[in-house]
Design a protein around this ligand. Structure first.
Ligand code: GLU
Length: 424
């Protein structure tokens, strides 16, 4: 099998190294023993597949895909599948490790994993996406499993792909197995509240952090970078709590309105415009770079890795950053953020609402029972608030920023579980 490391993306830190740098700091503070450190520093399993897919023009294209299992110490591994043109193995490794820490922070019984396929979902037809998803599932049929490794949506995938994944897996196994994947459509064993769960968790963490900082949501302003599922829901729910959203952005650029963006309207526009804000009128067009450093109280990066870096961190004016995305802040920017006294609700806490409701979906599938939306939201909110308090308490106890505190909480939980299990 030929594996070509993609050319490094200019000026971009290696996400796995970024993750490890934080892990190292927390491990040192905890006095993590070497055996456990060595177990956690490398993923348990890394699978690379090359899957042939017949395209609409009749030609066969081979797609490279990954599934990285970082850890199964807490339970079956859990994590999304990313379809994107620039996915690379070290990114998937970092994302898999972040899933381990995320599940540990919110105290759900899962290990961490992540999948990825190098492809451009925006330029593929539904048929091509279906054939690719099914081929990827076939290649990983022995890796996935409701007690083994449970995929979910991530960038470039959603309920539609999860339905194909569940169907393909079930066909191969000879019976319907709902619990092999989460983030499914409602009619197919999905959970109420899953689609908005990550954005809702971002809002809950933002409210908890604002409370600690003595900020009144109704007198605060925010910008949301990224207007996909996470960003759009976070914007909508924060606006409902009174926060004025001055700007939003996506790949087409950023949109600013001094009076506040009408989020409902922007979502409707995007939904009728192939998921893009391109051409959105009731706002002034600014650049994504300007949006990140604009004068607001709260900055919510909700798109990709490495958007807050040493290049722009000096100019950031927000008092609070709530990380809807995974890894939006590069490791090198951390120190300056801390010096500036900005509070960061880190990714592994702020965006853990998604995997929390994924867990509820899996539990419901296994019970063969459906919870009400109130039950889902109420339990998820409780978990988010308890986790926030746990991390906040650790940040006070160890006198460290919230990010390192979250790693401390997570690593401590995984290390303790490892000890009780007696290693492997
Ligand atoms: N892809 C999401 C994340 O990064 C969800 C994972 C899941 O629900 O398993 O947290």
């Amino acid at each position: 099998m030929l594996y070509k490391e993609p050319a490094p993306i200019k000026d971009r830190e290696n996400p796995f190294e970024s993750m490890m740098s934080r892990f190292n700091i927390a491990a040192e503070i905890l006095g993590l023993d070497e055996e456990v450190y060595n177990v956690l520093k490398t993923p348990t399993r890394q699978v690379i597949v090359n899957v042939p897919v017949t395209m609409d023009d009749g030609k066969v294209r081979v797609f490279e895909g990954y599934r990285v299992i970082h850890s199964t110490i807490l339970g079956p591994s859990k994590g999304g599948v990313r379809f994107a043109p620039d996915v690379f193995l070290d990114e998937v490794k970092a994302l898999a490790a972040w899933m381990t820490w995320k599940c540990a922070v919110v105290d759900i019984p899962y290990g961490g994993a992540k999948g990825g396929v190098i492809c451009d979902p925006f330029s593929m037809s539904a048929g091509e996406m279906e054939r690719l998803t099914r081929a990827y599932t076939q290649a990983l049929v022995d890796t996935f499993g409701p007690d083994q490794d449970i995929p979910a949506p991530d960038m470039g995938t959603g309920p539609r792909e999860m339905a194909w994944l569940m169907d393909e897996y079930s066909r191969m196994k000879g019976s319907t197995i709902h619990a092999v994947v989460t983030g499914k459509p409602l009619v197919l064993g999905g959970s109420l509240g899953r689609v908005e769960a990550t954005g809702r968790g971002v809002m809950v963490s933002a409210m908890a952090a604002m409370d600690k900082l003595g900020m009144d949501p109704a007198k605060s302003t925010a910008v949301i970078q990224g207007f996909g599922n996470v960003g759009a829901w976070a914007a909508k729910l924060m606006a409902e709590r009174g926060v004025k959203i001055l700007g939003v952005s996506d790949v087409s650029g950023a949109y600013w309105n001094d009076k506040g963006i009408d989020i409902e309207e922007a979502i409707e526009y995007k939904n009728n415009n192939k998921g893009r804000l391109e051409g959105y009128q009731n706002a002034e067009k600014i650049s994504n770079d300007e949006l990140l450093v604009s004068k607001v109280d709260v900055l919510v990066p909700a798109a990709v890795e490495d958007v807050i870096t040493i290049k722009n961190v000096d100019q950031i004016q927000a008092r609070l950053i709530v990380e809807g995305a995974n890894g939006p802040t590069s490791y090198k920017a951390d120190n300056i953020i801390n010096e500036k006294g900005i509070m960061v609700v880190p990714d592994i806490l702020a965006n853990s609402g998604g995997v929390t409701v994924s867990y509820f979906e899996w539990v419901q599938n296994r019970m063969g029972f459906k919870w009400t939306l109130d039950r889902v939201n109420e339990r998820a909110e409780r978990i988010m608030n308890e986790s926030f308090e746990r991390v906040y308490a650790a940040s006070q106890k160890y006198n460290v920023p919230m990010r390192i505190a979250a790693y401390i909480v997570a690593i401590d939980k995984v290390a303790m579980t490892y000890k009780y299990r007696g290693g492997f």
